[in-house]
Design a protein around this ligand. Structure first.
Ligand SMILES: Cc1ncc(COP(=O)(O)O)c(C=O)c1O
Length: 411
């Protein structure tokens, strides 16, 4: 349980709730994210012939300019890029779909390799398996792609207003069909859950609700590999462990994954900062109510951070985020636009990164908080100073190329 919270008044499009976490809290409830219990996840990823860690980029000149020890960016735009995925979600998809197949066929989920799942005998048995999911883009692309890699079929549903380029991208990676509904994200999830029940299909959703928790937790475990990559890469360049990890949240699966994993992996627990769009900040809202329960908000129809436009926290990760996140930030869309442009046109000497709408908000925030005198209280509350080693996860590339061009190139 949280001990004490402070809310800073909204300034320059940013709101912040800081909460004291209990250093003596037992992490036993999160043992499925303990390093020894997810080692097999990374082994599975490593058994995939086309798996490669994505690069970690050090924005050395920017961090010098902003007066922090370092800013390190995990560049997920290059994840499974040769398949056109360009986002972290494929890590959860390929692992979770593989695990569902193991369970269906009675194969050992901890030792079965990617090659075994793709053997002719297994493919003979799985070719009639059908997967279904709801997505605002990247998750569905990851699931459709994963199902296709294993020789299975998939149907992907999207909420109204989804960008046509995202629909096309999902079809391109092998979905049987990708259907845009006239409902919001949360109602579309309900529809796909019903279709799965009626047709005997496998629902692979990255958000959990009462009675549907096992598969989302596999996805959460699937993301720990990228978390391990990031800290191993920081260590390898002599940067040490992060002191601050900014995690943008939609349903919270990525954030919950890295928080639960890092809290048990790293000798000193970093600050975990949850970042959401102001218009659909369900974790922020839940933290501000502060009764220990998750509270939903209406999904927004107009944040450009499409991957973060989820109104309900996943109940699978809610406890770990409630107990271990130190800060919750809700911020306006212009922050992510600023982040996208700064990634694309970095401080001279730093490497450029293609970073999409749901990926760049952490950098936009850090940059604004550290360069605007009016935000000094935010900097101090977050404890950002010359000793801070900030880890950002740039979770996608230009997955909506039209939107990316508009923001970055003004076209
Ligand atoms: C690019 C990107 N970043 C971050 C997220 C947030 O992940 P989660 O929904 O697990 O909180 C998403 C989710 O779709 C996403 O697509």
């Amino acid at each position: 349980m949280k001990m004490h919270t402070t809310e800073l008044p909204r300034t320059m499009g940013i709101s912040l709730i800081h909460s004291e976490t209990d250093p003596a809290l037992s992490l036993a409830p999160y043992s499925d994210l303990a390093p020894e219990n997810v080692a097999f996840v990374e082994r599975f990823h490593q058994s995939i012939p086309f798996y490669r860690p994505t690069p970690l980029v050090s924005l050395e000149n920017l961090s010098r300019r902003l007066g922090v020890g370092g800013i390190y960016v995990k560049n997920e735009s290059l994840r499974f890029a040769e398949f056109g995925l360009n986002a972290f979600k494929g890590m959860g998809g390929i692992f979770a779909v593989g695990q569902v197949i193991c369970r269906q066929l009675g194969l050992d989920p901890e030792t079965t390799t990617y090659a075994q799942l793709n053997s002719p005998e297994v493919r003979e048995k799985t070719r009639d398996m059908v997967f279904i999911t709801t997505t605002d883009g990247n998750h569905g692309r990851g699931v459709a792609w994963a199902a296709h890699q294993y020789g299975c079929r998939s149907y992907v549903y999207m909420p109204k207003g989804s960008a046509p380029s995202r629909v096309e991208a999902i079809k391109r990676v092998g979905a049987e069909d990708c259907i845009v509904t006239d409902m919001n994200y949360d109602d579309t999830v309900k529809l796909t859950a019903r279709l799965a029940r009626e047709n005997g299909w496998h629902l692979v959703q990255d958000t959990a609700w009462a009675g549907y928790e096992e598969i989302p937790q596999l996805i959460v475990q699937g993301y720990t590999t990228l978390g391990h990559e990031a800290v191993t890469q920081m260590e390898a360049i002599g940067a040490g462990a992060p002191t601050h990890v900014f995690l943008q949240a939609g349903v919270g699966s990525l954030a919950g994954s890295l928080i639960g994993y890092y809290a048990q992996l790293l000798p000193r627990r970093p600050r975990f900062i949850i970042v959401e769009p102001t218009m659909v900040a369900c974790f922020y809202h839940s933290a501000s109510i502060g009764d220990g329960e998750p509270h939903g908000v209406q999904s927004a129809e107009n944040t450009i951070m499409a991957g973060l436009n989820c109104g309900q926290p996943s109940i699978g990760v809610w406890p770990v985020i409630r107990d271990l996140a130190t800060d919750y930030i809700a911020c306006d869309d212009d922050l992510t636009e600023e982040g996208m442009r700064l990634y694309a046109n970095p401080v001279p000497g730093d490497e450029a990164i293609v970073s999409g709408e749901s990926a760049a908000v952490g950098l936009g925030l850090v940059n604004r908080i550290l360069s605007e005198p009016a935000l000094a209280a935010f900097r101090d509350t977050l404890g950002l100073d010359q000793n801070s080693r900030i880890l950002l996860i740039s979770t996608e590339g230009a997955t909506d190329p039209v939107g990316y061009d508009r923001v970055v190139h003004g076209r």
